[in-house]
Ligand binder design. Structure first.
Ligand code: SAH
Length: 402
């Protein structure tokens, strides 16, 4: 009989067991009491309270401040192929229950910690899966995970887009490449709420498209039917612009620093049968472009603000808050009385309450009265895990500005 490999044992410092007991999936290095037994970074550890009670099981990386990512709180659940398979199946079942395929061919199949699969992201784009591995622990299981994904979902191909900076914190270099099956075409066309979009899977942002904004684009469109002119700041490939045109907005201005994204935005307008003459692309820094528009007296019926993440660490929170306030202030100055502000923040460190306060501060400075019509969050294929508040990161407000 094969002897089970004795697992390493991690004992927490006294009184550091509370988050683990509450199923927070991270153990920070500061909570480490002592580590017994040999274990390589990326390997599995058994986690015990200081007093010796078994609490949970996860994978370790001493190089990261997030020392352990927890996988199970059930002592009988061993971490083997069938564990990973069950977790993948559970995530897939949850997506099937949402019936996403009735209105999109692209969605998030696995949302890391939120789906009990810390460090793993899997997005579906038509027949292809894009995998992102964010941690050394996942890196170890990646070949198995690719095999399981192939077996469970039979995609045409699985392509890896682990070209993200956070991997540095795990001691991992960026990596892109084919994991299984056929390489995806450089560009494919996805469909979302009856609209079509080119996605550059190999070089686009994130895994190619901002899937987390799908339902918000749909919600925003409901308010844009009578708009003469819409400003879509931080437009990326113009997804909000296409929704606005489809809703009946007359003209849209896209602003983005990426010329490539703007090029694709124009192609997306054509792809959906709209006259590209209704769209103006401005390549540049939205902070400056909006100021220029204010100065030149340009006005809009609606402004959409979907900036990138401003706050990466608590230390940057003040600066991030100033950035959000400034861009929202400029936007309000551009909005005709009774017009709309559709504004987002994807910084997890900025809570929905704080974001609302920032928008209020911008309204005060702009001397405008603002009503919130709708509060938005990330789509249901990016679930927020209650025991992991960090998974709530996207928030948005649809406002009327008087
Ligand atoms: N709304 C888009 C996603 C926007 S992501 C969608 O639904 O698909 C944020 C975008 O902001 C990226 O395309 C990035 O290129 C752009 N960006 C980042 N900093 C910028 C800046 N200072 N000014 C203008 N665009 C910026």
């Amino acid at each position: 009989m094969e002897m089970p490999i004795p697992s390493a044992r991690l004992y927490l410092k006294p009184e550091h067991d509370r988050p683990v007991r509450r199923h927070h999936p991270w153990i920070f290095s500061g909570a480490l009491g002592r580590l017994e037994g040999p274990v390589e970074d990326g390997g599995l550890v058994e986690v015990f309270a200081f007093e010796g009670e078994w609490l949970a099981r996860g994978y370790l990386n001493r190089r990261s401040q997030i020392l352990v990512r927890l996988l199970t709180w059930d002592p009988h659940e061993t971490i083997d192929a069938s564990f990973w398979r069950q977790r993948l199946e559970r995530a897939a079942r949850a997506r099937q229950a949402l019936r996403l395929e009735e209105h999109t061919t692209a969605y998030r199949l696995v949302f890391a910690e939120s789906d009990g699969l810390p460090g793993l992201i899997v997005d579906r784009y038509n027949d292809f899966l894009i995998l992102q591995s964010l941690t050394l622990g996942i890196e170890r299981w990646k070949p198995l995970l690719a095999r399981l994904l192939q077996e469970l979902f039979q995609p045409r191909g699985i392509y890896e887009r682990s070209d993200v900076e956070v991997r540095e914190k795990e001691g991992l270099p960026p990596r892109c490449g084919l994991l299984a099956g056929e390489a995806p075409p450089e560009r494919l066309i996805i469909s979302e709420h009856g609209l079509r979009f080119y996605v550059d899977l190999l070089r686009g942002h994130k895994t190619g498209f901002y899937l987390d904004q799908r339902e918000n684009r749909h919600r925003a469109a409901a308010y844009l039917h009578g708009a003469e002119e819409v400003l879509n700041a931080f437009s990326y490939t113009g997804a909000f612009a296409v929704y606005a045109l489809a809703a009946g907005a007359r003209r849209v201005v896209n602003v983005d620093t990426s010329g490539e994204a703007l090029q694709l935005a124009l192609e997306n307008v054509r792809l959906n049968g709209f006259d590209p003459g209704r769209v103006e692309n401005v390549e540049g820094d939205a902070f400056q472009v909006l100021r220029r528009f204010v100065a030149s007296g340009r006005r809009f019926d609606a402004v959409i603000l979907d900036p990138p993440k401003f706050a990466y660490a608590q230390a940057h929170l003040n600066r991030a808050a100033r950035g959000y306030k400034d861009i929202n202030l400029q936007a309000m100055r551009l909005i005709r009385p009774g017009g709309l502000l559709i504004t987002f923040s994807c910084s997890g460190l900025v809570s929905p309450e704080l974001f609302q306060k920032i928008v209020f501060a911008a309204a005060e400075d702009a001397g405008r009265e603002v009503q919130i019509l709708e509060k938005l969050s990330q789509g249901p294929d990016h679930p927020i895990r209650l025991s992991f508040p960090e998974s709530e990161y996207l928030k948005g407000l649809i406002c009327r500005v008087w």
